[in-house]
Design a protein around this ligand. Sequence first.
Ligand code: E4P
Length: 218
Amino acid sequence: MKIFLDTADLGEIRRAAEAGLIDGITTNPSLVAKVAGDGDPRDLYLEICETVDGPVSAEVVAVDADRMVAEGTRLASIHDNIVVKVPLTEHGLRACRRLRAEGIRVNVTLCFSAPQALMAAKAGATYISPFVGRLDDIGHDGMGLIAEIRESYDQYGLETEILTASIRHTRHFVLAMRIGSDCATIPPKVLYQLMKHPLTDSGLAAFLKDWETIGREI
Ligand code: E4P
């Protein structure tokens, strides 16, 4: 399963990329607004693309298809790593189809149902981003949605990659692996939780303590 980092924070992106922990980046307008300040967001996208060797999702903010296509085309011209993110609306799906016809990769975002995911795949989406945490927040079954999409994509041989999004904790990640999500995008906090286990820490402490008894270097 590919791991994407869900952030626009360059410090976090550099740390994870240098450690070889991630396959790409997802952003959204809220994440970019948090860090862009007075700067041009296009400069931020370029810096992210030059830091990470993999897809970098950058979202349009227009709501009509023509302007989404114009924004998406501009975003895609920033760097080859850019994947244009469009919302799962009628206009978003129209824009998706047109951008794909131009050879631009598209991530269809804000997906909350299996029929929405099917429509995105039919529009040629490269990735579909179902938001599991936000579904859980309203008492629905976020991971159940991932299973439904996996099942229907497999049933119809659809090649759109499932990019499980809005992940809040490691359990979401484990279930995404078990279901066979193609990718998962996670916030930096969850990325570092993934590699932690108390038995690793206590085991390492015991090994180092025992080694000290022989007082030797390797
Ligand atoms: C995905 O691309 C989104 O940026 C993200 O996963 C949304 O997560 P949130 O619900 O925690 O804001």
